[in-house]
Design a binder for this molecule. Structure first.
Ligand code: BEZ
Length: 255
């Protein structure tokens, strides 16, 4: 859900994503409810996961899905979804959609201004933009641990960090500056049980950080990040619970 053209070191595997991140669409019910798709609507899914795209189609809407990662698009097509390779920063649609939807994808797409301009262009007047993404403080402990471990090796993780986790106030301003009217925007803390270890999560999502290290340093660095996080994110039963914080919103293009 996925990177724009410029997220170095982050590699997407549809199989690994399905194994380690199936909770992402599974926890998407609130944002789907906020979208409230209806029959005959034409909806763009920005960052196609597949599962939620299918649920939108089940409501009777026609859905087009886009993603910057060819492998994720291929996986969506294999499920029968009309999916296209297109980075969120370079959307080429023009007044075609009743709604643009996105779950757990916008935080990979910088600069947000380019994404918002493309979403606005893609909507018909009166159309809506409904999305959920990582919000301010999302995975804060993980980011601090990554920063500490990379700093030990002379690297500034904040220069490498591909993620954009805005506050509600900051993103409201971005939406309004782009031309949207914001109907609802909120931060929702959502501690998230991981189906796997933190190491598997790091392999799936944090490739940009480890990709900045020489190959021989990656595995020891990953173990150090896990060691720092274990007392904070692992509960007494041995389950990893990541410190997710969502930003969920509904905005409209004035008609
Ligand atoms: C998220 O969905 O919140 C997320 C995804 C990748 C990295 C960090 C956070």
């Amino acid at each position: 859900m996925r990177s724009g053209p410029g997220v170095a070191g982050q590699k997407w595997s549809a199989r690994r994503y399905a194994e380690t991140a199936h909770f992402v669409p599974a926890l998407g019910a609130p944002v789907l409810e906020l979208l409230a798709p209806s029959a005959r609507e034409h909806i763009l899914d920005l960052g196609c996961g597949g599962v939620l795209t299918e649920k939108i189609a089940t409501a009777g809407a026609t859905v087009v899905a886009v993603d910057a990662a060819p492998e994720m698009v291929a996986a969506a097509r294999a499920r029968g979804i009309d999916a296209r390779v297109m980075p969120g920063q370079n959307l080429t649609f023009d007044g075609e959609f009743d709604a643009v939807f996105s779950n757990a994808a916008l935080h990979w797409m910088r600069p947000p201004e380019d994404v918002l301009a493309g979403v606005l262009r893609a909507l018909r007047p009166g159309g809506r933009f409904v999305a959920e993404m990582g919000g301010h403080n999302n995975t804060a402990a993980i980011i601090v641990a990554l920063s500490a471990v990379l700093a030990r090796r002379g690297l500034d993780a904040h220069r490498i960090n591909p993620w954009y986790f805005p506050s509600a106030a900051a993103y409201r301003s971005k939406l309004e500056e782009a031309g949207f009217a914001v109907a609802d925007i909120r931060i929702v803390p959502r501690p998230t049980v991981l189906p796997t270890s933190i190491e598997a999560w790091l392999d799936t999502f944090a490739g940009a950080f480890f990709g900045a290290l020489p190959e021989r340093d990656r595995s020891p660095a990953r173990a150090e990040v896990a060691d720092l996080l274990r007392p904070v994110l692992m509960d007494e039963t041995g389950t990893w619970i990541a410190d997710y914080v969502r930003l969920r919103f509904r905005a409209t293009l004035p008609g």
